[in-house]
Write a protein that binds this ligand. Sequence first.
Ligand SMILES: [Zn+2]
Ligand SMILES: [Zn+2]
Ligand SMILES: [Zn+2]
Length: 240
Amino acid sequence: MNLTFLGTGDAVGTPKVGCSCENCTFARELSIERLRTSLLVENGGRHLLIDTSPDLRRQLLSSGSPRIDAVIWTHGHYDHYSGYGEFYRIQDPPPVYAADETLSYCAPLFSFLSFEQHRLEPYVPFTLFGLSITLFPVNHPPVPSFGVRIDSPGGSVAYTGDTRADIPAPSKELLSAADLLVLDAIVPPQIHLNKHMNSDEAARLAREAGPGDYRLVHLSHLIPWSLPHIARDGECIRFP
Ligand SMILES: [Zn+2]
Ligand SMILES: [Zn+2]
Ligand SMILES: [Zn+2]
């Protein structure tokens, strides 16, 4: 199994349009970006995309134009589903797997495309491309939002999706003992939001879940480029 971070930014990306803060200026000077958060999982030559960001076209081009065999939507927020329309005239739109609430909201927005819809039951693992995948509820008011755990013979990944730190105990259990944790960390520690973790809260959750490595994603322009454990766009992690 291979995991590629196609994007690591929040809903507006970094640099933020019109912003001249230190982090955005640094990004422009180095021509680096945080596209909107999306993860590409490859196993046995099949490609699973977790969330279809508004940057999907550029993300597919920069990752070698893989044919996407399936999509998981974590929740119905613009930055996580809106790029699905980019499959138009590129490939057969891939089947989408998501919770009932997410599909009911997002699928009608793409009525110009014909695609399979698979409603997932939270906490019930299913198998896709040799991977065992489990969707689990997190806490991202006011919309239902879900994390994803993926177990393969080579290793395991758990992704929180968009969430605040207090999540249901069975969901916390699914974050534990993963080889790699991927956590929402939108802002620096001095800022507290109702629906996302700051970087300290995410690091604390990672320590509780231990002992695997972790990466922070869904980063806003307020997160410094030097923060430890931030994922970078294009970073690929291989599981033996
Ligand atoms: Zn988001
Ligand atoms: Zn900025
Ligand atoms: Zn969200």
